[in-house]
Design a protein around this ligand. Structure first.
Ligand code: AKB
Length: 314
């Protein structure tokens, strides 16, 4: 079977690195990047790029047909902090983009979908540590509600129409290549930039706010891993828990201090504290490990070393 991939939301934080990774694996012309906005030069020059509004179902279908796409990675989404400011826009983008690709798969126009979910599907009533795959899920954020609903629809389309949709609940993702946009976990990237620039950082979460996090290379490996696993191994068609590391602002600051001993962190909570407080602190990802062999590699100190070395070069 000839594989041709469409990445929707390719100019974003995950999309940029995922596009480069998949082009490297399968060849640059096998991976079409698309986004509502232009991406960096590498992304746009290294292979096909299309401006695409993920909520426009005709436009998505047109690209799928024109490039004979077999797989879609739908990375376009409005994240937690921005979604609180624009609830209706977030619902429209997060849900309608998903229906557009689920319907293409139902109608046999594509074979496979990757759709990212998030730890935001959990809420204040969920057990906070080693949060299990199946547990109470009462999300209290706009973003979390959209992701939880999306999970239900993915499972429904898989059961009802045999759609091959695969999903991961990403923790906060940290990378140095592209800036994140509008998440609650974004502080864990900003802190490295500010540490190198000003030797200090004021965090919008308090010192003890522990959240599940992951370095981008691990997240890309997980995404590729679940998509390349044989269909029969994917036993969960809503979304898999995924874990890397867990830390709080005080702990990431301590890790940075190993490289920048004079680095100082201060705290000034804002509305994102309440979002973070509603999420788990650590995740049990046993199902992902058993079903498709997931294993994280990068620890907090390793990540700090990579972030500081690469941001210094920039
Ligand atoms: C966010 O903070 O909104 C995201 C997420 C945890 O899905 N990084």
């Amino acid at each position: 079977m000839k594989k041709r991939i469409l990445i929707v939301g390719a100019s974003g934080q995950i999309g940029t690195e995922l596009t480069a990774f998949l082009r490297n694996k399968f060849g640059k012309n096998k991976v079409v990047a698309s986004d509502i906005k232009e991406g960096n030069e590498d992304l746009m020059k290294a292979g096909p790029f299309e401006i695409l509004d993920a909520t426009d179902c005709d436009a998505v279908e047109d690209i799928v047909i024109r490039y004979e796409i077999t797989e879609v990675y739908l990375m376009a989404a409005m994240l937690s902090a921005t979604a609180e400011k624009f609830p209706m826009k977030a619902w429209d983008l997060n849900m309608n983009s998903l229906f557009n690709v689920l319907n293409l798969a139902r109608d046999k126009k594509i074979d496979k979908i990757f759709w990212p979910s998030s730890i935001a599907v959990f809420g204040p009533t969920t057990v906070k540590t080693d949060t299990p795959q199946r547990t109470i899920m009462e999300p209290s954020t706009v973003y979390g509600i959209s992701k939880q609903t999306g999970e239900r629809w993915c499972e429904y389309y898989a059961n009802k129409y045999g759609v091959d949709v695969r999903s991961i609940r990403y923790p906060g993702l940290i990378s140095y290549k592209t800036l994140p946009g509008g998440g609650t976990t974004d502080y864990a990237i900003d802190i490295y930039h500010k540490a190198l620039k000003h030797n200090s950082y004021t965090c919008f979460l308090n010192a003890q706010t522990t959240l599940p996090m992951m370095f981008m290379d691990d997240a890309i490996r997980a995404t590729f891993g679940i998509m390349e696993t044989k269909k029969e191994h994917i036993k969960n068609r809503s979304s898999y828990n995924l874990a890397g590391m867990s830390f709080n602002p005080e702990e990431i600051a301590a890790s940075i201090k190993k490289h920048l001993p004079d680095f100082k962190i201060g705290y000034k909570e804002d509305f994102r504290q309440e979002i973070a407080d509603s999420w788990p602190q650590s995740i049990d990802d046993g199902d992902a490990r058993n079903d498709w062999g997931w294993k994280h590699l990068i620890s907090l100190d390793e990540m700090t070393e990579i972030m500081i070395t690469n941001l210094r070069k920039q």
